[in-house]
Write a protein of this length. Sequence first.
Length: 308
Amino acid sequence: MNKLFNFKIWSLAALTFCLAACSSDDENVNAASELLNAEKEVAFAATETKWQINIQADCPWEVSSIDKTGWQDLSVTPLSGEGNGTIILSTEQNHTSSDRTAVITLKTKGGLQQKVNIQQTRSGADLKISQNNFEFTDAASTQTLKVDCNTNWVITGLSGVDWLELDQTSGNGNADVAFKVKESFDDAERTAQLTISAGSTGDNTYAIEVNQSGKPLITLSLNTSELPAFAAAGGTQKVKVTCNGAWSASIPSSIGWLHISPTSGIGDAEISVKCDAYTGNQDRLSVLTVTAGSKNPQRGSVVITQSY
């Protein structure tokens, strides 16, 4: 009885050993027969924000680990695939004067591994800013951009932007830059796209967006919809404008006998309408149009006639 029991125990142990050995042999065979090849060293410039790694493989693979200490904005996609493929590295610009490094490990199902060393080179200068987006209401106001830099820097993009003022557009070292917007007299939002760059090569940059909302509601009214008829001798009359924004006034370009001043303004005002003398034999007529707001335009019109 004991001999039979011992025989069974030894048989079971031998079978277990054989199965384990076979499993190990299968894994070794799988790993040995698999193909996995990718660049071992990847380096790109401080200004580059995307890079791709080409993978040659004849089997399923995955990114089994990512060591990116100190490089938290680095992302890797996809994390797995089968056969030949591409891994995309995405990151922000390197705004520091130190290189950034990471290591990703590729692994196949059979256990084949390859490490890829990644490096993003340093910028020519250290540059940090407190924010890269400013939001203003329609009222005149000021906000501050804090610049942290170890060298010279410059802000560009203000050409043609008459509603935004900066108290300084260049400097050396740390600074507080005042962003001042004028009151908006329109109902449409306006935007400025600026760039701050540092270093002699200007390779360390941030984009800065400044938005100012328009007035919630533009109101416009005229004191009349029709002026008393001008006599043949001509003359001058006034149209009163009541408005909380910017407005413009016009008459048809084909009308040469009427003259208005001013043709634009902000807020309440009077428009002078001058009529030339007339020698014709029938009344003539035109229309003065006043418009305010560009997003939801408000309009008023005044009929102007002249008797013969």
